[in-house]
Design a protein around this ligand. Sequence first.
Ligand SMILES: [Ca+2]
Length: 467
Amino acid sequence: MSEQQRPNILFIMSDDHASHAMSCYGSKVNETPQLDRIANEGIVFDNCFCTNSICSPSRAAILTGKYNHLNGVRTLADRFDGSQMSFPKLLQQDGYQTAIIGKWHLGHGEEADPTGFDYWSVVHDQGEYYNPRFYEQGELKQHEGYATELITDFSIDWLDKRNKEQPFMLMVHHKAPHRPWEPAPKYATLYDDVEIPEPATFYDDYATRSEAAHEALMRIDRDMNDETDLKGSPPPGLSELEQKKWRYQRYMKDYLRCVASVDESVGNLLDYLDEEGIADNTIVVYTSDQGFFLGDHGWYDKRFMYEESLRMPFIVRFPKAITPGIRTDAMALNIDFPATFLDYAGVAIPEEMQGQSLRSIWEGQTPSDWRTAMYYRYWMHLDSSHNVYSHYGIRTERYKLIYYYADALGTSGSKDEKKTPEWELFDLEQDSYELNNVYHDDAYQPIVAELKQQLHELQLAVLDEAV
Ligand SMILES: [Ca+2]
């Protein structure tokens, strides 16, 4: 392929944006007209999953195409070793101009700074919404404005200055809509006069679920910080139920206001591609590092292998190769992204990448031997203020088997208390909201045995070990 023929890659990723807050995924809580442009003009994945539902680990999985036990970033406390193989590096070595603008969240300093990029400007740690600090090629600078808008402006500036003889790969990675959900001033009053519908599982009591679900510290009615998360306390005189409802409205409105800025940003970037006349040969991907609980199960946050947290939005437009309006239930994983980018760029996919190219699925042909099951693992129990127990599991097309393996030891004050390992099994065909753990149900014992075997095989196949 000549340099002009190789596709550009615009890889937009937000942070904690659940697919059920996008209208192209049937959102009941908001509209995302700009994101819908990508969906309508491209392909929508209904079953794209992360391999570990937490920020830095998902980012490391995407850079390397490998599970976290192999790329070294199991938890938020782990720094990314920039000397390892990553897809930006491979593209850069093969003639792409590469850049990342926005959230990095894989550490700062010599060993953890982004590698494989001709240009990088990344927000400090988790990033700030207002007047954020960026490390531009290592130099810390504060900028006046709102994070999502600045990241977009800097991205368009970089595109403007690019070498037009060379293809580009630009990562536009937003801080939004991550906690503490601080909206742009222009959207501060959006949703003021509407009531956001509550999700079906808002009043979940976790009956039949493991201790992990009961002990998690991410309940909207109990675990949010009034000051930083909700920017105020419930008015006096409300019952407990009314306070929970009040907190949900407050949380969701700010979350969705942050999403509105992301949606606008996507529109600006798509317009730019149109104006430049390069939309046809540019792959535009929109995703989020993982899903999020939007009041589902009474929670905010992520980490669990449950659907709302496991599922990533994943929509792609590439007019040259993707027929508009495709919707697929093929199982995609975050570790598949880099192999796909390399495939389209005509760069060899390294053996050590565990993901597979999604190219044939993008082009409307799911291979007959495509995966029908995926392996998941969350490690962060010991470091997490949310007290989500470490677990691994398997999700097939119909079932999900989760093992909370009792690495032990809650965070605050319970470090000497050994937990008991616990299993959960959900029949997603009968129970799409995962309310009914049927692990102990006699009728499901043959399924349990089969899934345990399959889990064991998958775990070995990805070079992880049972606990
Ligand atoms: Ca995240």
